[in-house]
Design a protein around this ligand. Sequence first.
Ligand code: ASP
Length: 320
Amino acid sequence: MDRAAEAKTQGALQLDAAGRLRHLLTLYQLPRPLIEALLARAAAFAAKPAARHATLAGRCVASLFFEPSTRTRASFELAAHRLGATTLNLEAERSSAVKGETLEDTLLNLQAMGVDAFVVRHAEAGVHARLARVAQAGVAIVNAGEANVSHPTQGLLDALTIRAHKGADFSTLTVAICGDILHSRVAASAASVLTTLGVGELRFVAPPGFQPPAADGQRLFDDVDAGIAGCDVVMMLRIQRERIGSTDAPDDAEYHRRHGLTAARLARAKPDCIVMHPGPVNRGVELASEVMDGPRSVILEQVANGVAVRMAVLEALLAR
Ligand code: ASP
């Protein structure tokens, strides 16, 4: 199944008959009112980061990560705790998956113990939809990263961060997503949410070899200097080495020279352009330290917004 077909299947699975969010599997074609409601709720949580809530008291959120994570895993856990839920952190490499149990069976067992939501990251496309099909009513699957396909909460936190700096009307904005677009689920989810929110112009800026197969609605650039010229937002991406054969990965210094974002390059964007990155950053490769630590960088705001977005998502899924 191609990306768009898979996303459609997920889209149908993630909403209930009344059009409410049952699972969060993809942002692709997620209705705009749902996205805006999540962003509004997340903005309210972000405005009061010290507030603690009891909305999800008695509920349990389990995380099941089959790929490495720092920010996403920690931020879901903090989000659950701030809403009063308990959490279960399952080490995928130590779970019964390594003894031959299917993921569906793992889910059925944990569900039998009363887990209410599963936050899942997996390197294989389609796993989240498979789990959503076997989850019992009231149990939610949350996509915390699916292959190079999607990373919905990242897309939402990116939109929230852009909104905080540029306002809710995206139609006047030019956004450039730069780097290894081909292997990036972050780029895919950002494109989905920005498109739904009516972004003025979305540019994919990627060297040959890192360009997506077909740009639908995006302008494609292979030259970073041209790609970021006049932009309001520049989102940098790391080279996804884990999805590339080691012989095909470019040399770091050469990549930085040709495609890395430096202060000199950033001068081509608008003077109030913000610089984003989902992390982890490879300093001195896709992003110069002077930019990462500089006044245009909103990277740590993205991280803070991640907790607020995940609170909004968990609340929408579980607080009934
Ligand atoms: N942390 C993001 C992800 O899981 C971005 C990255 O790894 O480059 O996709």
